[in-house]
Write a new protein. Structure first.
Length: 368
């Protein structure tokens, strides 16, 4: 496996030099301004800011071209508001599939693929309730292979991503204070434990293992059921130091579209790495999500989504409670501009009992 990946990397590196002066370049992007209002009937609820205004933006540079032998290549570089250089990928498409190098890009987690929200999921809008569902390899630097769309029957496609190192581009956030972490206070104990809100794979990543491989499969044309799509993924981490429980993660989903309506359902799990019996640690999390949307006309859409994340802990010291978020969304599109609103209700936000919070977000987005 290692020799194959090394050969692939060498081939792609040589290929990148050979196409330096060929192909076409395009620029796409988006910008979104939002206004959020957060409230709670519980005086003890942890709300850092009850009102807020924000602007997010992202640009994508896309270069592509064809080789003399019929193969095609693509290079994509994202630039967002936080950094001058973000996710990047270089791929080579052949008759036998697509090979690529992905830098902090190319996630294969299917947990959120089923979402039909016309704005964004309740756990990803307004108040940061800290929901954890499954892990993804997208935060790592990976080598990937994707099967061609017409290779397998029933529209089946498969993808595999391998991260040779779990330290590339990721720091040990527990030691450094981290960029994405949120502290969850264990009720009644004063103890604190940590979870990552944006990439749980970063949790103790430097201590978790040597490498990781992520597998994904999708069925786009289920026999005799038009409009149904199924998919699943599994993340395997090699070389773990655990002597009690090894870390792993996976999910599966289904979506169905008929006329103006579409529905989606997903189920995911993650098991954390645990060293020693009785360790004060999070043991596992199972998440369930379902949503439904309706396209009223070509410009106006509405949706409803519900998410639930159920944690299991080894000891009472890290007691966590099931987190549940529900939301309704509406969006109206006028050419390249979209106006949207989302109203969400979070029960036991940040896995803390009775930390119930509501939020409403208004947004205007431009695409170009």
């Amino acid at each position: 496996m290692k020799n194959t990946l090394k050969a692939l990397l060498v081939a792609l590196t040589a290929f990148s030099f050979s196409v330096a002066n060929a192909g076409e370049l395009s620029i796409t992007g988006s910008a979104k301004a939002s206004y959020s209002i957060t409230s709670s009937d519980n005086a003890a609820a942890k709300i850092e800011q009850d009102k807020g205004i924000g602007v997010t933006n992202e640009f994508s540079l896309n270069a592509s071209g064809e080789l003399d032998n019929g193969m095609s290549w693509n290079y994509k570089q994202d630039i967002d508001g936080d950094t001058t250089q973000d996710d990047a990928q270089l791929t080579l498409k052949t008759d036998y599939g697509t090979l690529g190098v992905f830098v902090s890009e190319g996630g294969l987690d299917t947990d959120n693929t089923a979402s039909q929200s016309v704005l964004s999921r309740p756990s990803d809008t307004g108040y940061n309730e800290g929901m954890v569902d499954s892990w993804d390899i997208s935060g790592m630097n990976t080598l990937q292979y994707h099967t061609p769309a017409d290779l397998l029957p029933f529209g089946i496609t498969a993808k595999i991503a391998h991260a040779p190192s779990l330290t590339s581009g990721i720091t040990d956030y527990k030691a450094t204070g981290g960029q994405n972490e949120v502290a969850y206070d264990a009720p009644g104990t004063g103890a604190t434990f940590w979870l990552s809100t944006t990439d749980p794979l970063a949790q103790k990543i430097n201590n978790m293992g040597d490498s990781a491989t992520h597998y994904q499969v999708k069925i786009a044309a289920v026999p005799m059921i038009d409009g149904l799509t199924l998919g699943a993924d599994y993340l395997d981490i090699s070389g773990q130091l655990s002597n009690e429980q090894e870390a792993e993660s996976g999910s599966y989903y289904g979506t169905y579209a008929a006329g103006m309506f579409s529905v989606g359902y997903s189920k995911s799990f993650l098991a954390t790495m645990i060293q020693g019996v009785g360790v004060d640690a999070l043991e596992s999390i199972e998440a369930t999500k379902y949503s439904v949307a309706a396209n009223i006309n070509d410009d106006f859409s509405i949706s409803y989504e519900k998410e639930k994340s159920a944690p299991n802990t080894q000891t009472a010291a890290t007691a966590m409670f099931d987190l549940e978020s529900t939301g309704i969304q509406a969006a109206y599109t006028m050419g390249g501009m979209t106006l949207a609103i989302a109203m969400n209700d979070h029960q036991n936000a940040r896995y803390q009992e009775n930390n119930d919070v509501k939020d409403t977000t208004f947004s205007v987005a431009m695409a170009f």
